[in-house]
Design a protein around this ligand. Sequence first.
Ligand code: PAF
Length: 281
Amino acid sequence: MKIFHDISSFREERKQLLPTQKLGLVPTMGALHAGHASLVKQAVAENEVTAVSIFVNPTQFGPNEDLSKYPRSLEQDCALLESLGVDWVFAPAPREIYPEKESEIIFSLRSMDRKLCGRSRPGHFNGVIQVVSILFNIIQPDRAYFGLKDYQQFQIIRQMVNDLHFPVQAVPCPIIREEDGLALSSRNVYLSSQERIQSLFLIHTLKAIKQKLEDFQTVTDVKDFVHHTLAQYPLVKLDYFELLNDKNLAEVDSLTASSSPRAFIAAFVGKTRLIDNLALY
Ligand code: PAF
């Protein structure tokens, strides 16, 4: 496995690939866990060559977010990636990606960035799109793999790939969970033992909605149920709960299969912000 910290040496290596060799990319911010490992395994199985980028992207963090304390574990991450059969790791410093300063390229995201996480994290998806397009330009993958825990992120990236005609297939990958259902996230390490128990509010609520779906008449009934459930979780502060159409993230006005509702939830458990989502059909 080769590790690159600068763009020019990565590009030199990239040039050696034959046109018949497909390149898979798993973009990450490091602090790798079993969720990332499953993306990497899929990429290794489907491509001749697999690259993983490790870059904690400053432009997707807001001023009051956890950029400086975001977990970083490059050595451990590289050991895991080597054991999974990764060929190339691209782990640049921020100055390599943003030589001037954290440049402000503004993308038009067709309002998809103003709902769900975009509402409480203004500018976040602009930063994600900025770095993903930079990584696509440097790495030039044939396929790029993203986990569906960040469902909104995936839809926005897919839109960007279509709009900008990137010759990349964005591949959606299933959410990987702990045995008790908590979606894997690099932020789970911040949870105290009490918070870890209460973090199950997210998946328990989503699953209960799916199971009881026939009992609800309207979207408002479902939202009332979420607020009612929240009362049993004193360490949890709800950021949002929404029912949106699976494909275009538009609000749904009915709970029927034909409106393809997916439930989206975000909550602070102590100071840690967690997200999750579940298709209701
Ligand atoms: O999902 C993530 O880890 C990040 O948002 C991504 C796609 C690597 C961009 O920094």
